[in-house]
Each structure stands twice: as C-alpha cells, then as structure tokens.
Design a protein around this ligand. Structure first.
Ligand SMILES: Cc1cc2nc3c(=O)[nH]c(=O)nc-3n(C[C@H](O)[C@H](O)[C@H](O)COP(=O)(O)O)c2cc1C
Length: 387
C-alpha cells in the first residue's frame, strides 16, 4: 500500500527551483515526436507504423475515447494498492512490458536497456523471439527480475521445442505464444522505405545462437550470414498451424501458456477448451490486420466467454493511466505496454524506458484514486460509461 503517484509528482515539482537540463518528456505525444527526431525513417516507421492504411492503429486509440470513467467520491483513497496476483506471482503493478523484437534498431542497448528498466520498476519483461539479443543474455542481465518469453512458433518444430527448453532453463516463468503473426503483414511504410531489419541480421539473436537452428546450416551464421538469414526467412512464420497443434507446446514446456492475439469470442472459447493458462487480447498494435477490431472493443467480448476462468490480459493502445483503468474495468487483469516504452528507448535508452514506466504507473495510481478506488482489483464496468 502506498501513494506512488504522489511521490513521483512531488519529485517533479521539487525540481522547480533547480531545473534538470536533461529532463525527459512527460507527455506520450512528445516522446513520440522526440523519437521521430532521433530515428531514421526506416526504424521510426517500423515502430510507429502498421498494416495497410493503419486504420487499426487509429481504432485502438479511438476506442479508449469511447469509454468514459465515472469517478466516485468520498471513498477514502488515501492509501492505494496497485498490485495484482497473476499466475501465482504477485506483481507490483497490473502492467507488463509487451514483447517487442529488433530493439537494436531503436537504440544500441536495445532489449538489455528495456529489460533493465522493467527490472528496476518490478514490471515483468516479455522477451521476444525476435530479440536482437539472445534470451539467456537478457536473463543474465536482469538476474532474478520477473520475465516471460514470447514464442514465434517456428516452422521447424525442433527449433520451437529448443526455444521452449531454453526459455525454461533461462528462468522465464511463462510462455506467450503470439498467434497473429504467421507471416508479416502488408506494411506500407516498411515497403516504401524498403525496410525489413531481419534481412540485415537484426532481431535474429535467438535463432543464430540456437543449436537446432544452427544445425540446419552448413556453416555458422558468423561464417555465412546470408545463408542463415535465408534459413530464417524460410522458417520464421508458420501459417499451417491449427488449434490441435497446441498440444505440441504443452508437451514441450511445463510453464504456463498464454495465447496473444485473441480477438474473436470463438477463439476465446477454443483457448479455454485447449486448456491454456491465459489469453492476451491484442491486435499487435495494428501491425497485422488493417481494419481490425480495436483490442479494447474486443476485450469485453472475450471476457464474456472467459468469465474469469483464466486471466485475460490486453494490449494495443495503452498510453496513459486512464487507459489502464478502462482496460481493467472491462475485464483485463493486466495490460502490456508497447510503443510508449520504445519511444522512451529511442530517446534515452534504459533511462527513457524507466521514465515512461514510472510516469505511467504514477498516472495510474493518481487516476485510480481520483476514480474513487484504492485498489486496481476493484475496478469493474460500473466505473465506465460507453459513449
Ligand atoms: C516495433 C514493434 C515490434 C514488435 N514485435 C513484437 C514481437 O516480436 N512479438 C510480439 O508478440 N509482438 C510484437 N509487437 C507487438 C507488441 O507486443 C504489442 O502487441 C503492441 O506494441 C501493442 O500496441 P501499442 O504498442 O500500440 O500499444 C511489436 C510491436 C512493435 C511496435
């Protein structure tokens, strides 16, 4: 129990007579503008852009505006508790860092910087299969800090099994299987900029250090990077997968399994029937299907099916504390934060990501209090009005 938000607020106002020349932004839009200034077109649009005409990106953000918070009064919100229980672990905040690959294109310190910022904040870090740095190095860098591993289900089943084994050995405590990316979407900006970082050897750290992946090559990735990248392009996505094959993953890991990219209520039902441990309602930040349902619109439809039998998480459009409140009120147990952290990374590396997370959690704490609740666990749809 505490008042994290007021403490952060106080620290900021204390600098009134002693301004910090290196002061970082507070406002999400300002982080994005500053990231635009430091990143070249290729990397910037790879992060900020999405599928087709990018209508899903817009829908994700607009959806939050359709729900309004109805604050309650006189409810003693002096001490607040932002913590939750998730898959048997206690988390300080209902927030995780979304899996994001190829962070070396954003900042030279890449995933190591964002993972360390997460660790400093006690926010679980979800390592992407497409990290530039191998999953073991991220683990070693953050020590005992909480972490999950996100799996891109490789066409080569033995590579998939190897990733699962490595994640378990490296101390990851859950597996997130991202289902919405059996192939890269039609991303107009990346095509315009002729930009796909994997082809330049970025974002392949897990693959190029994998004993099974490397056993498929006649020379090591170091000796013949072109052949290794070609092997990667031929095996990265797996559009032939079906629900029945989830049993393969279960066979190869004892860790809890969450499915990321669930948007249709019938898929939520299938997730339950296949015995997974959680779902993440997400449209990949609008990067996969143009014109898709916003994640926030999908969330209550999914929760109606799941009925709290397993945790429902969500991402795609979380920018501010009020967004977290709305997602939790609509049934999310926790949210994942994606692009805001990446703009923080672009602008100021580890310090930038930490600042983004510190501001988001402070905003959440204060907005929770002003909504009239002292714990995030009490948020429900009675706090919301749909426009
Ligand atoms: C640059 C970039 C790379 C991403 N890479 C991955 C990835 O490797 N694996 C994954 O499951 N999701 C990936 N995502 C999607 C995020 O996990 C998350 O769903 C998305 O960022 C949420 O949207 P928002 O950031 O607009 O809130 C990526 C997103 C971005 C912006």
């Amino acid at each position: 129990m505490g008042n994290h938000g007021n403490q952060v607020q106080f620290q900021v106002y204390q600098t009134m007579h002693n301004p910090d020349p290196d002061r970082l932004p507070v406002i999400f839009e300002e982080w994005e503008e500053k990231a635009r200034e430091v990143l070249a077109d290729g990397p910037y649009y790879y992060v900020a852009g999405g599928a087709g005409g990018e209508s899903t990106i817009k829908a994700n953000v607009q959806a939050f505006d359709e729900w309004k918070i109805i604050p309650r009064m006189l409810r003693n919100v002096e001490k607040r508790d932002l913590s939750i229980e998730l898959l048997g672990h206690s988390l300080k905040f209902p927030i995780l860092q979304a899996p994001i690959g190829v962070q070396s294109i954003i900042h030279p310190d890449g995933e190591l910087a964002s993972a360390q910022a997460s660790a400093e904040m006690g926010i679980p870090y979800i390592t992407s299969s497409a990290a530039t740095v191998p999953m073991e190095q991220i683990s070693t860098t953050i020590g005992e800090a909480p972490r999950w591993f996100q799996l891109y289900w490789n066409k080569d089943p033995e590579v998939t099994a190897s990733f699962l084994k490595r994640a378990e050995n490296a101390g990851y405590s859950a597996i997130v299987i991202t289902l919405d990316t059996p192939m890269m979407a039609w991303r107009e900006n990346d095509l315009k900029n002729v930009y796909l970082p994997f082809l330049a050897g970025e974002g392949v750290g897990n693959y190029f250090t994998d004993p099974v992946f490397c056993s498929r090559l006649s020379q090591s990735p170091k000796e013949d990077p072109t052949a290794a990248i070609t092997q990667w392009t031929q095996t990265f996505g797996n559009p032939g997968l079906t629900w029945e094959e989830l049993s393969f993953i279960r066979k190869h890991t004892t860790l809890p399994i969450l499915l990321k990219g669930i948007l249709h209520p019938e898929d939520a039902q299938l997730a339950l029937e296949h015995g997974v441990d959680g779902v993440i309602v997400s449209n990949h930040g609008g990067r996969q299907v143009d014109g898709a349902i916003s994640a926030l619109h999908a969330l209550p439809l999914i929760q109606e099916v799941i009925q709290d039998q397993i945790p429902v998480l969500m991402d795609s459009g979380i920018r501010r504390g009020a967004d977290v409140i709305k997602a939790l009120a609509l049934g999310a147990k926790a949210v994942l934060v994606g692009r805001p952290c990446m703009y923080g990374l672009a602008v100021a590396g580890q310090r930038g990501v930490r600042e983004v997370l510190r501001n988001l959690t402070a905003d959440l704490d204060i907005t929770l209090a002003l909504t009239g609740e002292s714990t995030v666990r009490n948020l429900d749809a009675s706090h919301l009005y749909k426009m």
